[in-house]
Design a protein around this ligand. Sequence first.
Ligand code: ADP
Length: 391
Amino acid sequence: MWFILFILALIAAVAIHFWWRAKFNAQQGQRTAELEGFQRHQLQTSVDAKAQQQVLFNSMLEGLLLLDRNRKIYLANRAFKNLFGLKTELRGKTILEALRVHELDELVNQVEAKGQVLNYELKLPDLSERWLQVNAAAVSNSAGEREGTILVFHDLTRLKQLERTREEFVANVSHELRTPLSLIKGYVETLLDGARNNPEVAERFLKIIERNTQRLDLLIQDLLTISALESERIKLDLQSTKLRPLVEKVFADLNSRAENKSMTLVNELPELIATADLNRVDQVLANLVDNAIKYGRAQGRVIVGGKKVDGDKVEIFVQDDGPGIPPESLDRVFERFYRVDKARSRDQGGTGLGLSIVKHIVQAHGGEAWVKSEPGQGATFFFTLPAEIAT
Ligand code: ADP
């Protein structure tokens, strides 16, 4: 009996042990699963944070470069790689290995010495004339120990180009103003020195003075127009503009100049109507027809024609049969003060601003201006304007 009771107790104990083990294992499994889940979550969170960081850095317009305390690249964002035209992995390389820009390596020396360098202008040593602004600072941890260096790069090329254009413009304007002014001054002095006593010489000198004051006046008018057009201070007075009668008016204004060179002015324009500022289109046509007379062939013909294109535009051309424009100058004649032949332009009273004004006015209307020319075959200037919308 005792023996049977003992066996039963033993079986119960073994059963309880196995039940407990099974329960323990199940709990353990659950805990391990929970732990793994937690670790996976932690890992995912850190992967997500890294990915977010990467997206953030890569969406920056500024180039970003992070160096570790051994001056090796720890991070370089997409904008940085684009600025320097780099495609390879940069991590672990030094600045000199990755970029070969000694000036930048020197800049990091300065940052290490001073803590930061702001607004440093760096010209890239390639042929593309590119400028970068660099702001750099040392990075320290909470204990104040140096961890590395952060450098932020901003592309300055466009600003530098604008600055250069402005400087060239000021230099050109001064030069253009000085030429007639020194002529006027010279002739006035000669008159005062006694030339005024000879009526024939005095008259000749006074005519030269008059011509040069007119040139100054023209130049100042053109400069004011350009400045107003560029700063968009001019508001267009858009209205239905009949183009054929406008060409007739421009021809009448310039007829005496054409007669001086025995040139014929031909209006081949069909009855086109544009939605445009009448006075500004008058200015465009006057500049183009005036140029065609100035640079066209004596006894030659100036033709103005055009057509409707794409249903919503009118395209007008002004053609001459003069010497034309060399191919290398075709893209440049619309630039301010660009002349193929400086002496010839000045002799003809040109300011070098006429075509630039034409381009600005046409663009303000949403149109385009361009030129086609074969040397010796004359030049044809084209421009488009919005056509009047039929109501
Ligand atoms: P400019 O006052 O010198 O005429 P523009 O801006 O009107 O200034 O023209 C710029 C240059 O383009 C001129 O100096 C001239 O060299 C060239 N050009 C303009 N129109 C013609 C043309 N019809 N034929 C040949 N060259 C032209």
